[in-house]
Design a protein. Structure first.
Length: 280
């Protein structure tokens, strides 16, 4: 069934299913295990050997994700600083780019080598950057032990386990696990989606600007480096690992903190559709 190989389709089904079914028992635990497996399988075919890469280009990609996009998200979080959504947006700002950056670069005709090395270095850096940024902004809300434990469980563990996966895993299998990341998180927060329309509308506008707006802007500005590099840079300007953000936010701050990441996921799917269609 080819449609199951489409990440966009599977996530869309997960969102609809979450709204229909609502909260499920042990939803957070199911989502956490599913994310660890999904991330392990997603990065299993990515080599961590760093050799012969363009340091300047990779440095630009890292800066776009961890300085530009992180800065945009932090700026957009200011109006929510007295709400639980602020915690979720800080976690989003601190997160590495989505693993999907690599296959999307390939689909869009970008510089795969650039995206590969930037992605690998992003995840190595995330082991240190993510707990550092979250603790700086949210020290009063989270213990450093719980934070480090979550980062080790959700980033370091999949990176280590991925080295033991010897066979290629199909997109259908990986997408199935991502379904179980998103489905229980949506279900657990269904009531909020149905009751607080005003704040969701504001968050949705900001997440659209954070994703589609920043991706399109960077692609246009970076065309001076060539079309292929500009495509790669636009991926790092649009994507954070929202599955990781959802689980981390829900486990550390409560389910509602995952709402910004859920909304961002929907607009990231929109950016995927734009990229695949070659609209921008």
């Amino acid at each position: 069934m080819k449609f199951l190989s489409s990440f966009t389709f599977v996530v869309g089904i997960a969102v609809v299913s979450g709204f229909i079914v609502g909260k499920v028992p042990y939803g957070n635990e199911i989502a956490t295990v599913a994310l660890i497996i999904a991330m392990t399988l997603s990065i299993s075919n990515i080599s961590f050997k760093l050799s012969d890469f363009d340091k300047k280009k990779v440095g630009i990609a890292l800066a776009i994700n961890y300085i530009f996009l992180t800065g945009v998200i932090l700026a957009f979080s200011i109006p929510f600083r007295h709400t639980i959504f602020f915690s979720g947006m800080v976690a989003m700002a601190a997160a590495p780019p989505a693993v999907a950056v690599l296959p999307l670069t390939r689909i869009a005709g970008g510089n795969e080598r650039l995206s590969l090395f930037a992605l690998v270095l992003s995840y190595i850096a995330a082991i240190f950057i993510m707990p550092f940024l979250i603790y700086i902004f949210l020290a009063k809300l989270v213990s450093i032990f719980d934070l480090l434990k979550s980062v080790a469980l959700l980033i370091l563990l999949p990176m280590l386990l991925s080295r033991f996966v010897k066979k290629d895993v199909s997109n259908e299998v990986i997408n199935a696990f991502f379904f179980f990341v998103i489905f229980p998180i949506i279900g657990a927060n269904r009531n909020l989606f149905l009751t607080d329309a005003k704040i969701l509308a504001i968050l949705s506008i900001l997440m659209a600007l954070r994703t589609i707006g920043s991706g399109a802007l960077v692609k246009k500005v970076m065309k001076k480096f060539g079309e292929r590099d500009a495509i790669s840079y636009s991926m790092f300007a649009a994507f954070k690992n929202e599955g990781l953000v959802m689980i981390l936010s829900a486990s550390l701050f409560g389910g509602e903190a995952a709402i910004p990441a859920i909304l961002a996921t929907l607009f990231e799917l929109g950016w995927v559709a734009i990229v695949e269609a070659g609209v921008l």
